[in-house]
Design a protein. Structure first.
Length: 387
């Protein structure tokens, strides 16, 4: 039964994508429907999806909407809606990457509700970039504790309710050809309640407000920001949640991402990423580093493995198959730790998986990933690549 439920969502999306695309390309639609595409709701839906990735990117925001049922091992069955948009501040400049925006909402049978807005605004001639990410979530989820020993103990699994708000903005200025640097601001609100095993928190605060300031340095040669085929990204962020800013629990965050993308053969990209996030000070439990979810170590329950530091390495092969369809396969390894010197080989967590891609808009993919980890597996539906 578990296997059936795990496969239900990707099969639904795969069949739907093939149906919409095949009909939208005119492979099955009759000549009459092709001449009069607006006649009937079915033809309108077909044409909507078949043309969603063919519109040229101009100054005006081009939004497309997609939604439907999905299944995630973390949040169970649900309904998700994504509005993806793309535009260009300099459509006549082929060297300037298009800007992108994604607004999403999901609600599931496991009382998981999330609304998020994220995107990158690229100014004319790529002189500046504004990265932003805002999310609001109310989740019934699970907690195992802090540290590898507690998180790897299945008997520590406990349920609780989690309410959170997160906002992050980065204004990056270009220095040189591919170097960007600028100020970074963050806000986090975490409120946990209805604990099944409150002793696992060891008296840690359940409700916190945190404000952070810092700086980001990037080296970015990617050909595009959402479905990269070639290039390099090196991002280094340093954030400070100072006590004088009103933070009851001051701490610091150092986060680094090194990603490399290289064409291998026709339609194939080899993508790899090394990522770490390390905190110092009185880090609230809700803002500690963690593994799992739809972007990092896919296959592990999001937030199961958490500590002051986390690091992971992922290598992914992305293959275009036919028209707007593609597949991926990846393998990786990760670890959590209280400090860098505490990383041990016998505590490394393996990760591998495969996924399906459908090009919803130009360089914007709908993805379905099935990931496997140490005694865990997970299924994830989302927009854009994991990295």
């Amino acid at each position: 039964m578990k296997t059936y439920r795990l496969l239900l969502s990707p099969l639904f999306i795969l069949v739907f994508a093939h149906f919409a695309y095949a009909l939208g390309d005119g492979d099955v639609v009759s000549d009459t429907a092709a001449v009069r595409p607006d006649h009937g709701i079915i033809n309108r839906i077909i044409n909507y999806f078949s043309e969603s990735n063919k519109k040229p990117i101009g100054r005006k925001m081009d939004f497309s909407l997609i939604g439907g049922p999905f299944y995630s091992s973390d949040s169970k069955f649900g309904i998700g809606i994504v509005a993806a948009g793309a535009y260009s501040t300099a459509p006549d400049d082929s060297l300037t990457c298009p800007s992108d925006m994604a607004l999403s909402f999901k609600a599931t049978t496991a009382a998981h509700f999330e609304l998020s807005l994220e995107g990158v605004h690229v100014f004319p001639h790529d002189r500046y970039r504004l990265d932003y990410n805002v999310s609001f979530s109310s989740i019934d989820t699970k907690y195992w504790g802090i540290g590898y020993e507690m998180c790897s103990n299945n008997s520590n699994e406990s349920k609780y309710k989690y309410l959170a708000s997160h906002a992050e903005a980065l204004f990056a200025i270009r220095f040189g050809k591919n170097i960007y640097m600028g100020p970074l601001m963050t806000f986090d609100y975490v409120n946990a309640r209805a604990f099944h095993k409150p002793e696992l928190w060891y008296g840690l605060p359940h409700r916190t407000f945190n404000y952070g300031i810092g700086a980001s340095l990037r080296y970015d040669t990617r050909d595009n920001l959402t479905a990269t085929k070639k290039g390099v990204l090196i991002r280094f962020d340093q954030t400070f949640d100072f006590g004088w800013m009103g933070n009851k629990y001051p701490f610091k965050i150092n986060e680094c991402t090194v990603a490399w993308f290289q064409p291998v053969w026709k339609g194939c990209t080899l993508a790899s990423r090394l990522h770490w996030r390390i905190t110092w000070g009185e880090t609230p439990w809700g803002l500690m580093s963690y593994l799992g979810g739809s972007e990092t170590m896919r296959g592990y329950f999001e937030g199961r493995y958490r500590d002051k530091g986390a690091a992971d390495l992922c290598v992914e092969l992305r293959q275009h198959v036919w028209r707007r369809n593609g597949v991926v396969a990846w393998a990786g390894v990760g670890s959590i730790f209280p400090r860098i010197t505490s990383i041990h080989f016998n505590r490394l967590l393996p990760n591998f998986g495969f996924g399906y891609r459908w090009e919803f808009k130009r360089n914007v993919n709908v993805r379905v990933d099935i990931g496997f980890g140490k005694h865990e597996r997970g299924l994830f539906f989302g927009i854009n690549e994991a990295f």
